[in-house]
Design a protein around this ligand. Structure first.
Ligand code: 6GU
Length: 229
């Protein structure tokens, strides 16, 4: 999978994909991430990419030309399955969307800044608008990092058996159960006996029960049919 990220702050995205599982995905050739500085593609002087909004009001808007020029430059070389715009007024991101996106070949991600991007780019280029939660970030970069990480770890061959995504919270619509490691007795706080019983069936049942309890307690909406809370 290839992901091209359009940003005015490429420095902010230099580290997130170069560690741990993302690093492995790239090293194995399963994931390619390219950062594009929008300022390198503007036809305006001094790298200008934003301007005052028509109709007045505080805050700058990202101009359409630099974005269109860069998107079309990328589209000349390959077909993109999605052009995603990261914005707090997008659709709420979830594991189902991550699963869907992990099946795509080529994706462009636009990171918004200021008051956002000119509406005409959204209408004519963008195929999907994503928000990662009901709070406002100062730019789309950190949100893009979240999306790329969540997609990257789902690509076949990135995770091994031990880290398998199949058992993640949300993958079966439930939160993950508690986990424990050595020592069995830490300051008198003991690991549940059943986990040391050596009976895999009992352990599975216990984990499922704990998942159900935790989900009912913290995220009851996840247990409803449509997943809405
Ligand atoms: Cl995608 N962008 C910004 N700026 N803020 C957000 C967001 C995105 N998702 C949640 N808050």
């Amino acid at each position: 999978m290839r992901i091209d990220i359009i940003t005015v702050l490429p420095e902010l995205l230099e580290s997130p994909f170069n560690h741990s599982i993302m690093k492995r995905a790239k090293a194995k050739g399963l994931l390619e991430v390219y950062l594009h500085n929008l300022r390198d593609h503007t036809p305006y002087k001094q790298g200008q990419v934003d301007d005052y909004q028509f109709g007045g009001g505080a805050g700058m808007v990202m101009m359409p030309e630099p974005l269109a020029i860069l998107i079309e430059l990328l589209q000349k070389d390959r077909k993109y399955d999605e052009v995603i715009y990261m914005t707090p007024d997008g659709l709420l991101y979830d594991q189902k969307t991550a699963n869907t996106l992990s099946l795509k070949e080529n994706i462009i991600i636009i990171c918004g800044h200021y008051k956002g991007i000119d509406e005409r780019i959204r209408q004519h280029f963008v195929t999907r608008e994503i928000s990662i939660g009901d709070y406002v970030l100062s730019g789309g970069e950190l949100a893009a990092a979240v999306v790329v990480d969540s997609i990257g770890r789902l690509l076949p061959g990135v995770l091994n058996d031990e880290t398998s995504a199949l058992f993640d919270s949300f993958q079966d619509g439930l939160l993950a159960p508690p986990v424990y490691t050595r020592p069995a007795d830490f300051r008198g706080w003991r690991v549940p006996e059943i986990l040391m019983s050596g009976d895999p069936k009992k352990v599975d049942e216990w984990r499922h029960e704990e998942s159900l309890k935790r989900t009912a307690d913290r995220r009851p909406g996840l247990m409803k049919e449509d997943g809405q809370e």
